[in-house]
Design a protein around this ligand. Structure first.
Ligand SMILES: Cc1cc2nc3c(=O)[nH]c(=O)nc-3n(C[C@H](O)[C@H](O)[C@H](O)COP(=O)(O)O)c2cc1C
Length: 179
């Protein structure tokens, strides 16, 4: 039997994609990071992320047209909550509170425990300005090599360490693959 719930929880029922972190740098050179639950692929090399227009991240993307999207693992939950609870505009040292490493080409920060990252450029400025929908055209994608199967072009079974938002500060992880 189905149970009807409030329409405002539709997003929570669909919750599928992994939690992501988005890293940006403002034109003033100040680095920022946030956490997002609302994302999915849009094209094979284009990712879609919904970003509130008032976030510092949105300002930085407007200024530079660049962003790095990273997939945190269970080890990154605490840091992801930190990134997701402070605005860069309120704390210019926000990233000092989390453990970081740098990306290969953009030299942007990402959380140290990330399983993969995408260096991206904003694909559609008007859509982003109008609706807060960020189409991120992937310039480079990197995965942790021990977790990637070149034959299958997929993460190896058993490594599904990405985290998925449940509600508040609750996340799920460790989903298995079935055939
Ligand atoms: C689990 C979680 C999921 C979130 N998902 C989103 C999201 O999908 N889109 C969004 O705009 N903000 C989302 N946020 C909120 C931002 O991460 C948060 O407001 C952050 O402080 C913005 O930082 P900034 O102003 O420095 O860019 C989420 C926060 C958490 C903790």
């Amino acid at each position: 039997m189905f149970k009807k719930i409030d329409n405002s929880f539709a997003y929570s029922v669909l919750a599928g994609g992994p939690i992501i972190n988005i890293f940006t740098i403002g034109k003033d050179g100040i680095e920022d990071g946030m956490t997002a639950a609302w994302s999915c692929p849009f094209d094979p090399d284009v990712l879609l992320v919904v970003i509130d227009k008032t976030h510092t991240t949105a300002k930085n993307i407007r200024e530079t047209k660049k962003l790095v999207i990273a997939l945190p693992t269970k080890e990154g939950i605490e840091d992801s909550l930190k990134l997701g609870s402070i605005h860069g505009r309120d704390d210019q040292n926000k990233l000092n509170k989390v453990k970081l490493e740098r990306t290969e080409n953009f030299n942007y920060p990402i959380l140290k425990s990330s399983i993969a990252y995408f260096e991206c450029e904003l694909a559609d400025e008007n859509l982003f300005e109008d609706k807060g929908i960020c189409l991120a055209k992937v310039q480079h994608v990197y995965v942790q090599e021990q977790y990637w199967d070149d034959k299958e072009q997929a993460f190896v079974p058993g490594c599904f360490n990405t985290i998925h938002h449940v509600a508040g500060s609750k996340f799920s992880f460790g989903g298995t693959v079935v055939e």
